[in-house]
Design a protein around this ligand. Sequence first.
Ligand SMILES: NC(=O)c1ccc[n+]([C@@H]2O[C@H](COP(=O)([O-])OP(=O)(O)OC[C@H]3O[C@@H](n4cnc5c(N)ncnc54)[C@H](O)[C@@H]3O)[C@@H](O)[C@H]2O)c1
Length: 393
Amino acid sequence: MTSDPVRLGVVGLGRAFMLMVPTFQADARVTLVAAAAPRQESRDAFEGRFGGRAYADIAEMCADPAVEAVYIATPHQMHAEHVRIAAQAGKHVLVDKPLAVSMEDADTMVAAAHAAGVHLIVGPSHSFDPPVELAARMIDSGEFGRLRMIQAFNYTDFLYRPRRPEELRTEEGGGILFSQAVHQIDVVRRLAGGMATRITAMTGAWDPARPTEGAYSALLSFASGAFASMTYSGYAHFDSDIWMDDVGELGQIKSPGAYGKARRALEGLAPEDETRLKQTRTFGSGAALIEAAHNEHFGPVIALCDRADLRLTPDGVEVFGDFERRFVPAPTDPAPRRTVIDALVNAVRHDSAPPQTGAWGRASLEICHAILASAETGQPVDLKRQCGIPAKE
Ligand SMILES: NC(=O)c1ccc[n+]([C@@H]2O[C@H](COP(=O)([O-])OP(=O)(O)OC[C@H]3O[C@@H](n4cnc5c(N)ncnc54)[C@H](O)[C@@H]3O)[C@@H](O)[C@H]2O)c1
């Protein structure tokens, strides 16, 4: 069924938007009609590339009747205010992960969307990756018996990518918890049905020059009885993409010669130079778009069921059954994040919410905080704000 393209306004033309550009260019179900960004350079680049109108202020953009939904890609700490402004203007909202930094902000955002009668979707996150959706459907089909255990891990150079200063301060949403753990939590919850019950975790903050969490290990239990172990390191040494067929997080082929690149680029840089370096990766700065030859992924994930183990790869799901192995492909799409647009279009055009609603994002955020709390106290943390996946009619 075709319908008019969803008319989207974008708030924040930085790195996150840059990663969505190939999808916006390739998926005709959405059209970019407006943007809000503080820098003239990026506003000019937006109007030059997409037409539409670029505003300096989000409230002005949200007053534009051409805009029917808003994609918020500003820094975490601004999500709450920007979601509130968009919702109060009656716009459906796609807000990049994490939903927010504080649980209080998460509550006000969910309430604002509810009061305005608009959809609030938290994404993109790696729970939208086609192999994750495929594996979730395969688990839900019951073909392999009950899901028992998930192992998810990822070793990246996250902590050494160029950062704004607050991205290295945990209390402001910096470090790997709010930016990276939230992906892994989303993936694991998507596979296990969402309703986590308790978590025990330890974290590491081992580089005094970047004094925020760069690693964690956590054990998460679910109401179903399944449990998941999650491990992450952003310390830029081992790279688990070698176990993902040398395909990077964004579906790109990785070059082995790039080893050490992230740390080398930061050598000797002052914080203000690092912020400038980050800006060279944003929209309008001339940075190249990522070319994805495979689906995106968030590191090795294995889901163990009674009658098979399912291994997620960038191209699909490998099934290790009792007597045979087989591969179920998850096709790539010219729009790399097509599933995010599916969610947006279904919400805006058909009033049908994806699993990744505001309440879902709040539940994943609760787990980020619980990892920090468990690491600090040495105690397990019971989870109180979880939600499941609504059944489709
Ligand atoms: N899902 C993903 O793959 C992914 C990847 C990167 C970042 N993110 C998320 O996107 C968000 C932004 O991170 P980033 O790395 O793109 O940061 P960034 O600094 O590259 O981009 C943020 C942009 O917001 C703009 N901005 C600041 N204040 C604004 C305002 N009041 N109105 C409009 N624009 C404003 C800045 O000028 C900047 O261009 C974060 O929440 C992050 O978690 C998601």
